[in-house]
Ligand binder design. Structure first.
Ligand code: PRP
Ligand code: MN
Ligand code: MG
Length: 182
C-alpha cells in the first residue's frame, strides 16, 4: 500500500479539539459514576489512544482492560462475523463497565462485544466512542458517550489506522479516498 505523508491530509479534529471533547466526556462520566468505580474495556488496537486519555480524564476510580476481536474485512461486504481473539483478564461481574472504542461504524464489533460482556453480568454496561459514523450502521447500536459524530469519510490518527499506519498521529485527519481505493 501507499502511505502518503500525514501532513498532506486535512485535519478533521485537532489535538486541542480532541482534548476538549475527551475532557468533557471524562467529566460527564465522573459525574454519572460519582462515588463508584468503573472498568474501562478498550477494543484493540484502535481504542488504545482514546482509552489512555479518557482513563486520565475520569476522576472516579477506574481500572482498564482490553479485548481483541478478529477484523472481518473493512469496505468489502462483510459476513458480519466477529470473533473474540483476546478476552478480558479480570472478572467484571457486578462492576460498572464502559466499552471504549475509537470508532463506531457498522456497529458489528460493539454489538457483538456488548452481548458478550453482558454474559459476564456487569452491574451496568455503557459505550464510549471517540467517533461515530451513524450513516454506516448495519445493526442498531448507539454510544452513551461520543466525542464526535462524522460523515462517512475515511479517517486516520488518534488510534485509527490505514494498514496499521498513522495510529500515532495526535490529530484526526481525512485519508485521501483515491488512495484508500473506495
Ligand atoms: C475498527 C475500529 C472499531 C471497528 C468499528 O477496528 O477500531 O474497532 O473497526 O467497525 P464496526 O462498527 O464496523 O464494527 P479494526 O477492525 O480496523 O481493528 P483495529 O482497531 O486494530 O484497527
Ligand atoms: Mn478497532
Ligand atoms: Mg483498523
Amino acid at each position: 500500500p501507499v502511505f502518503p505523508s500525514a501532513t498532506t491530509m486535512d485535519i478533521l479534529f485537532s489535538r486541542e479539539q480532541i482534548a476538549e471533547r475527551v475532557a468533557a466526556i471524562g467529566a460527564q462520566i465522573s459525574t454519572d459514576y460519582a462515588g463508584q468505580s468503573v472498568v474501562l474495556i478498550g477494543v484493540l488496537k484502535g481504542a488504545a489512544i482514546f482509552l489512555a486519555d479518557l482513563a486520565r480524564a475520569i476522576t472516579v476510580d477506574n481500572t482498564f482492560d482490553f479485548v481483541a476481536v478478529s477484523s472481518y474485512g473493512r469496505a468489502r461486504v462483510s459476513s458480519g462475523a466477529v470473533k473474540l481473539i483476546k478476552d478480558i483478564d479480570n472478572p467484571i461481574e457486578g462492576k460498572h463497565v464502559i466499552l471504549v472504542e475509537d470508532i463506531l461504524d457498522t456497529g458489528l464489533t460493539l454489538s457483538y462485544l456488548r452481548g458478550l460482556m453482558l454474559q459476564h453480568k456487569p452491574a451496568s454496561l455503557k459505550i464510549a466512542t471517540c467517533l461515530d459514523k451513524p450513516e454506516r450502521r448495519l445493526v442498531p447500536i448507539e454510544a452513551d458517550y461520543t466525542a464526535f459524530s462524522i460523515p462517512n469519510r475515511f479517517v486516520i490518527g488518534y488510534g485509527m489506522d490505514y494498514a496499521e499506519v498513522y495510529r500515532n498521529l495526535a490529530d484526526i485527519r481525512l485519508f485521501p479516498e483515491e488512495v484508500a481505493g473506495h
